[in-house]
Structures are given as C-alpha cells and as structure tokens.
Design a protein around this ligand. Structure first.
Ligand SMILES: Cc1ncc(COP(=O)(O)O)c(C=O)c1O
Length: 949
C-alpha cells in the first residue's frame, strides 16, 4: 500500500491498530487475516487482488475530479424534455444538499427521531396535492418515467382485478417524452399490458382499454385540452394518467380539475440540479379511492403516547415491498433527499414566488416566439407554457451554429426543433437565441416594443384555483427564517452525525465529505442528460472507470449504471435473465426460486419482470434448505428461469453450500441472480462471479458510500457475465431502448461520483480492508452481546458475517417486552434502532459497518446490555411490567421536565441511563407514535396550524 492510499483508509475505517488488536483478542483470533479465514469459506475466496489502483489521498481525489470535471462542458440548455435549468437557493444547497444532518439520515421508520424529515415530506405531499389538485400524493418516486409506469401498473391492477384480463390496453399519446414511452414499454410487456400509441385527438378507444396516458404540456411543448378525452375514457370504464409539469401547474388548470385519475411527474425543476439525469424526486398523486393501492411511501399524521401530534410513515405494513409476490410495485429506496429539496424550494419561494417564476418563464417563451415568428420561423404550438416547437428552417445549420456557442436545443427525429425556457433563462439568453436565428435566416427580428400579442394559454385552462395556502408555504421567505426552519427540522432527526446507525442490511457507513463535495460542482450538476456526447467527456470517463471497478468487485464483465435503486436493479437484472431465455427460444422459463428469508423487494421485482415465484425454505440453522431447493429446481426444471439469492445470507452468515446451490440452478436451466445488498461482506474477499452467480445488483447507497438521504437517493447498478451482457438496459439515446428501466440513460448519474471517489480513495487494498473490518466489527459486537442475548443464526464455528441477528422473542414471555420496546428504548440511550423484524419477526439485526470505531461500538453494546439489565429488572419484579422505562420509551424532554412524575423509576433512569448519554443527549421530540391511530384516520397533507399546538 502506498503512503497516500493509507491516508484515506485510516479516515474511513473506524478502529485504530491498538483497538483492532483488542477487538481481535475479544473474538478469539490473533489477526484480521485469521478472522477472515475462519469466516469466509476457502472455496469462494478470491485468489488474486482486484485490479483497482492504490488509493488516492482526499486532496489528490479532489484535484483529479476537478480535472475530469473540466472535460464536461456546461452548455446553455434549452433541451427541456423533462430536465430544466433551475436555481438551487443557496440556503437549501448549504443546509440540506451539503449537510450531513440531512443527507445521512435513514428512512424514517423510527418516527420518534425522524419528525423533521417526516414534516418536510408531509410538506412535499401537500405541495404535490395542491399543485396537481388531486386528493393524495406519496413522498416521492424514482423518476418521472418510472412514476408513469407505476401509475400504469396501479390502474391496470385496479381495473383487471381477476386473473382474466379483460382490459389489457393502455392508450399512450404519441406526444409523451420518448424516455417515458420506453420505460412504459419495458414495464408493460412482462405484466401483459398492451400499449397502443397514437394521437389522442383521433384515438379509437373501446372497452378493452384500461386507461390512457397523456402529457400536460406535451413533449412538443403544446398545451392540449384533454377534458373531453378524459370523459370519453371514463365512459369506457378506463382511467387517465396525466404526466404534468409542476411549474406549469401554477398557471394551468390542475389535473384534478380536469378529472384525471393519476398525476405523475418530476420535481427536478424545483431547485434540484439536472446532474446529467438525476437524482430527482418524481411525484405521484391520485384520487382518494386509490390510496391503499398507491406505490411508494406515504407520510401521515398521527398522535404520540401523550396524545400530541406526531408524524410517521402511514400504512407501513402496506409498503409495497412487504407484500412480496403479491406486490404490484417494488419501491423501497426512493428520492427523499431530493423531495426535501424540492419542497423547501417551494417553502422558500411560496405560491407567489413560484407563480412569478412560472410567469417569467412563460413571458420569455412568448417573447421569443414572437421574435422568431417575425423572422419567418414557424412556431407550431398554438398554446404553450415554456416550450416552443419550431419548423421550416435549416435545422442542420442551426445545430451547427448553436453548437459552436455551446447552446443546446432539442432536435426531434422528425426534423423539428424545440426550445424550452427555464428559471435560469435571462433576457440576454433570449437575445442570444434570436441572434442565432437572425444569422440563420439572414433577417432582423422585430423588437418587442408592442408587448406580447396573443394569449398562449387557452382561456379555459387558465388556473384560477388557489394552491399552497398553508402557512408553511407562506412564512419562511427570508433567508434567516428559512435557515432556521431547516435547522429546526434537522434538530428533530437523528442522523449519522449524531451516532452510529447499525441497520442490518442497510450498511450505514461513512459518507466522506470528499466523496460528497464534487456532487454540487456545476461541472457535474449542470449537465443535461441528453447533452451531446462531446460535452460529457468527463462523465464518460467516470462511467467507464466506475463500471470497470464494479465489474472487478463483482467478478463480472459488463455493467449498467441505469437502475435508480437496489430494487430497480433487481428488476433490471431479472429482465436480462428473461431476455436471455427468450433469445434462446426458452421464454417459457418463468419460474424464479426465492428463499423465504429474502427481502420483500426480491419477489416483488420478480413478479414485475414477469416471473412466477416459488418459495424455498430455510433450515433450522437459518441456511437455505438445500434439499428443498433441489427438489423445487427438479420439479420446475422445464420452466426454471432462475434463483434470487442474497449472499452472505440475510441471516448474516456465509453459507458454505452456496456454490452447490448455484450449480444446481444451472444444471436445471436457470440463471442465478445475486442480491448485492450484503456486498459489504464480499468486496475484495469473494465475489458473485466467483461464487457462480450470473448477475447481481449493487446498492451503491450501501456498500459504496452513497448516503441514504432519509430514504433515497439510491443507485442499483447491475453487473452481469458475458451471457447476460447483450440484454443490459438500453436507452433511446443509444438507439436501442430495450429493457430501459429509468428515464435518464445513466439513472442518477451525478451521485456516481460518490462511489467513484470512494473506490478511488480506498483502492483495492482499502476496499478489502473495509470488508474485513466490517466483519471484525460485527463479530466484536456479537462477542460482547452474546453474553446477554441469544444470537439467532451463526455459522458452524459460531461466527457471523458483517451483521447478526439478536433474538428478542423470548422477552415477550418473560417480561412482556417486544422488539419495538427495545428499539424505542435505544432512543433514550442516543441510538437509532437496528433493523427491526427483518428477516425474522421479533428480532433486531445489527450491522455496525467498518466506519465505526471501538468506542462507539462499545457505547452501543453498553446501551443494549443496560437495556438487558432493565429487562431482567422487569423479569425480577424490580420494574413494573407496564410502567417501566422500556414500555414508556422514548422519553421526551417535555415528559422528563414536567412537574409531575408518576413513574416507578426515576427521571435519571429514564433519560440519562448511562453516563455517556449526558455528554451528547439526543432528545426525541415526540413520544412513542401510535401507528394504528394514524392508519385509521389517514391524514397525508399538512393539517391546519391549530393541530401543531
Ligand atoms: C437484502 C435487500 N435487498 C434489496 C433491497 C432493496 O434495495 P433498495 O432499497 O435500494 O431498493 C434491500 C433494501 O434495504 C435489502 O436489504
């Protein structure tokens, strides 16, 4: 290892050499190498190091990324097509986008320590419901195109309830964005939806259609009045999805007022950089009748144990991925951080500010149209908001002279051009465009002295209804207020900058500042996903290098960075298997075996990709029941499509039979899909390719240091072997749209920088060490905790992989204590709970990661051991069975400081149970949240201010 490589390794890995020695002793080995030899089966160990260069220092990394960034050209973009220039208010950039207090949060499952982001996401839902005029909205989806596909699936399933599908067709208006069409096509085929594309004005629909999808304003920029078409679809028993631009909705009649059934779209232009395609938060809004069938997460209001208002994720048990093979969607990680940014933009600007941005954009478009018309350029859109559709001139010449000045327009395949105006467009930019057309036509444009002549929004579609009337959108307009509002919410949430978040299967490791910094540089944030390749050389370099590194870590040969989450990667990977079989005339191979212990997204993704799920049992030791697997592989051999398997298992063990399992599947004609959620225990030691899998996804937001952002963004690239490489997701911009799973060619391109920097700074050696320390940290904690708790599954020699499960079920009998009580009590000790009840109900799964040092691991162990002592006190009768610190946890400041204290334990025991707690006390702002109350009284938008009191 060179000197520079060592520098970042010691920043990233928690334990220092002295502590490492103590920890190794505690687990009974004398070296890290001996520990790994004991834990990772010899048969699957890599025999040579990964081909990844030695690590860079943080300084070198930033210098290198500066050079690469300079190879990108930040052009003036008027491409539009779903991605627009926008101004991220500095107060949001600094206090959210670049603030670990926001970006290192976990998904708000522990509501009591997540009230800040829950409030922000509730604001997001309110913003979307208001602007779309729909009844209910979720807390973000992955991107506009996938949101459209989710809407399609939702109404398809709603209308075709039985197995007999009477209404298989969806009418797709030809003027929706091409990327959305191709994502719809990918999703439609496996579930049996037939897409019928045409012009809505001449569409001949009948009762075999379950619905229609249209865009508002459409891909050409035209505003169409869809009212009578919507009525027609309704009369035929179908439903209508409108893909709508939120900024345009500040001046256009809302989808709700047009009687649409679902509205979806992107919120990128509300202050989120284009980032070469993402990440951005899509929105999904619908009628009340669909609320229980909606995809994604829904935030709702409820009450806490004191009867105070408290927020939490509503209908949590309904979360689509928990429904496994009955799920109609696989959304788990979404785009929480970007949703927070978009809604904060709205909070900051308010309805008046938003409308003034929209009006300026619209006025510039009108002015430009008028000047171009004076040059004899034909503007096709009779009505438009921000986008002009031009024809009747030498397009090649325009492209040539515009390119010389780094000005990007949208060049349609049919030889027409569109120009989209956005928030960043200035009067000077308009002038520049006019000059280009003057050069092109050799004429002089008329000045705009007489003002705008024609109305370019149809009178019947002008918005008159109010929106964003809630005080939250009408209060925080000065920077001081805004900064304090963001801080106030941040303070309510426990993030990685407070203490470790030991979430099994979620790998909440360090998201180093050096990895994060380049994401907000304009040379990466300012690129449009459809910019000409000559402007994106820097990105291309990163993509090429990162793909090669990911292939090295997985042992595969090809990679797609397109999927926007782990679950989306599963879906993309399964589609490659599906296409592979189809290409070999074996399309009938439609069975996927999935162990009972799998994450819920696995079966959900399999169903979305058109497979039938057959569940495989686990044995008493938590391993896959190989006999059951073999029996099922033989039973389904003629239809076996593949196996989905997580490794090390979701039970936290390196199963020794894994290679035999893969061989069995191959023997009976199937392919092996490896869920890479647990790659943090593999990188550098073994690999999916080595083990015998054919494809895997990686959660870059787990293993490769992208932060969780309070529930997204994520990136779930897939790596495949040669057999599956021809079937990786394509994209329309590459000519071939087969299997496209995201709107943008590279999905959430800008955050690839984080994983790139992570790999570059650790190098092959550092990556391997990170894995080894993740395993050491888990085994060290296990060695301390097993003195008090039962560890559910271990390997034969008693070790675990990078995570382990503590069985809390026995305490229900002995003390009336459940996993939830332990989780909430940990909050009083200043910690976020580990993963609860996955993969086994009534347990917690701890994954410390390599980034936590021994002192933090010890604090967490001390907390859990002290909680065990409290449980023993309940068992022995020293604490009451009902009135005890666990049942009443978490304790708020309000409760502790109240004049009355009627409990049988002390305030000190409640709030400061161990000495370290006082040094960094984290106060939850609400007491235990009542989930059922909230689900029974579903409130998913901001309530009147009085209810906050
Ligand atoms: C084992 C496993 N597989 C798949 C996923 C889905 O990943 P994502 O949330 O990125 O969609 C998770 C998420 O936690 C997981 O733990």
């Amino acid at each position: 290892m060179n000197q520079s490589g060592a520098e970042f390794i010691q920043r990233h890995i928690g334990p220092n050499p002295v502590d490492s020695a103590k920890m190794l002793k505690a687990v009974g080995v004398d070296s890290l190498a001996a520990l790994i030899d004991k834990i990772v089966p010899a048969t699957i160990r890599l025999t040579k190091p990964m081909e990844i260069p030695a690590g860079l220092t943080e300084f070198e990394m930033l210098q290198s990324l500066k050079v690469i960034g300079e190879k990108n050209i930040v052009a003036k973009n008027f491409i539009g097509q779903g991605y627009y220039g926008t101004i991220t208010p500095s107060v949001i950039l600094r206090n959210i986008f670049e603030n670990p207090g926001w970006y290192t949060q976990y998904t708000p499952y522990q509501a009591e320590i997540a009230q800040g982001r829950l409030e922000s996401l509730l604001n997001f839902q309110t913003m979307v419901t208001d602007l779309t005029g729909m009844d209910i909205a979720n807390a973000s989806l992955l991107d506009e195109s996938t949101a459209a596909a989710e809407a399609m699936a939702m109404i398809f399933n709603h209308i075709n309830k039985s197995d007999v599908i009477n209404q298989p067709k969806l009418f797709v208006d030809e003027a929706i964005f091409v990327q959305t069409k191709s994502v719809l096509q990918t999703r439609a085929t496996p579930i049996g939806v037939e897409l019928v594309t045409g012009d809505f004005k001449t569409a001949a629909l009948d009762n075999t259609f379950f619905g229609a999808i249209l865009q508002y304003p459409n891909a050409n920029g035209a505003i169409q009045d869809y009212s009578s078409f919507i009525d027609q679809v309704h009369q035929l028993g179908g439903m209508v999805i409108l893909v709508a631009d939120l900024l345009a909705l500040t001046v256009l009649k809302s989808p709700g007022e047009l009687n649409a059934d679902v509205a979806v779209g992107n919120t990128q232009r509300f202050g989120v950089p284009m980032g070469f395609g993402g990440p951005h938060a899509a929105y999904f809004a619908t009628k009340d009748a669909f609320k229980r069938g909606m995809p994604g997460r829904l935030i709702g209001a409820s009450i806490d144990a004191q009867g105070n208002r408290a927020l939490r994720m509503a209908l949590q048990t309904r979360e689509q991925h928990i429904k496994r093979e009955k799920a109609t969607s696989n959304i788990c990680t979404a785009q929480a951080l970007l949703a927070n940014m978009a809604v904060m933009y709205t909070v900051y600007h308010g309805p008046v500010g938003l409308k003034s941005i929209a009006s300026r954009v619209h006025a510039f478009a009108q002015g430009l149209a008028q000047q171009l018309e004076s040059l004899g350029i034909q503007q096709v859109n009779e009505y438009y908001f921000d986008t002009l559709h031009l024809t009747g001139f030498d397009v090649a010449k325009l492209n040539e002279i515009a390119s010389e000045q780094a000005i990007n327009f949208n060049y349609f395949a049919n030889g027409t051009v569109s120009i989209s105006i956005d928030e960043t467009t200035s009067a000077k930019d308009i002038q520049l465009i006019v000059q280009l057309f003057e050069t092109l036509t050799g004429k002089k444009a008329q000045a705009l002295n007489a003002g705008i002549k024609n109305a370019s929004i149809p009178a019947q579609l002008v918005r008159t209804s109010a929106y964003l009337t809630h005080p939250v959108f009408n209060t925080h307009h000065s920077e001081t207020q805004m900064m304090r509002y963001i801080k106030q919410l941040e303070n309510k949430d426990l993030s990685l900058n407070t203490s470790m978040i030991s979430l099994g299967s979620c790998t909440m490791k360090l998201n180093a500042a050096t990895e994060m910094i380049p994401v907000s540089w304009p040379c990466f944030g300012g690129l449009h996903p459809f910019a000409p390749a000559s402007q994106t050389i820097g990105y291309q370099e990163i993509v090429k290098e990162l793909s090669a590194y990911l292939c090295q870590t997985t042992g595969f040969t090809a990679c797609s960075l397109q999927p926007n989450s782990g679950a989306q990667g599963e879906y993309a990977g399964l589609l490659t298997i599906r296409s592979y079989h189809a290409a070999r005339n074996e399309a009938h191979r439609n069975i996927v075996l999935i162990p009972i212990s799998a994450h819920g997204t696995n079966p959900a993704s399999a169903v979305m990709a058109g497979f039938k799920v057959v569940v495989v049992a686990c044995d008493a030791a938590g391993n896959i029941d190989v006999a059951d697997l073999t029996e099922k592989a033989i039973q389904h051999k003629d239809h076996l499509g593949g196996l989905m398997i997580t490794y090390p298992s979701t039970h936290g063990v390196f199963e020794e039979t894994i290679m035999d399992i893969c061989n069995t599947i191959h023997e009976y004609g199937g392919m092996v899909y490896m869920d890479g959620a647990n790659m943090n225990a593999q990188v550098g030691l073994t690999s999916p390719g080595k083990i015998g899998a054919d494809v895997c996804h990686l959660n870059l937001h787990k293993t490769f240091a992208i932060p969780h952002g309070g529930g997204g963004p994520g990136v779930g690239p897939i790596c495949v072997n040669d057999k599956l490489a021809p079937f990786l997701p394509g994209h329309i911009k590459n000519g071939d749209a087969t299997n496209a799973v995201s709107g943008a060619p590279l999905g959430s391109a800008s955050i690839l920088l984080i994983s790139y920097a992570y790999i570059k700074m650790l190098g092959a050696k550092g990556l391997e060490l990170a894995t080894s320390y993740a395993i050491l940290n888990a085994n060290y904690m296990k060695s301390r905790l097993e003195k008090a708790y039962t560890i559910l599954y271990t390997s034969k020699n008693g070790t675990c992989a990078h995570e382990f499960i503590i069985d809390l079920r026995p305490f229900k009998q002995t003390a009336g204590i459940e996993a939830e009580d332990v989780a909430k009590r940990l909050i009083d000790y200043g910690f976020h709970a580990p993963t609860m009840s996955f993969p086994v109900a009534g347990t917690i799964m701890i994954e410390p990661t390599e980034s936590e040092d021994m002192a933090e691991l010890d604090r967490f162990c001390d907390a859990l051991l002290a909680i065990h002592t409290e449980i023993v006190a309940i068992e022995s009768g020293r604490f009451d069975k009902v009135d005890n610190p666990l049942k009443n946890a978490p304790h708020t400041q309000h409760v502790i400081c109240a004049n009355e204290w009627a409990h049988a334990y002390t305030r000190q025991e409640a709030a400061f149970p161990l000495p370290y707690v006082a040094l960094n006390k984290f106060w939850p702002t609400v007491a235990r949240v009542n989930n059922t109350h909230g689900d029974r009284n579903l409130v998913c938008t901001c309530e009147p201010v009085a209810s906050y009191a």
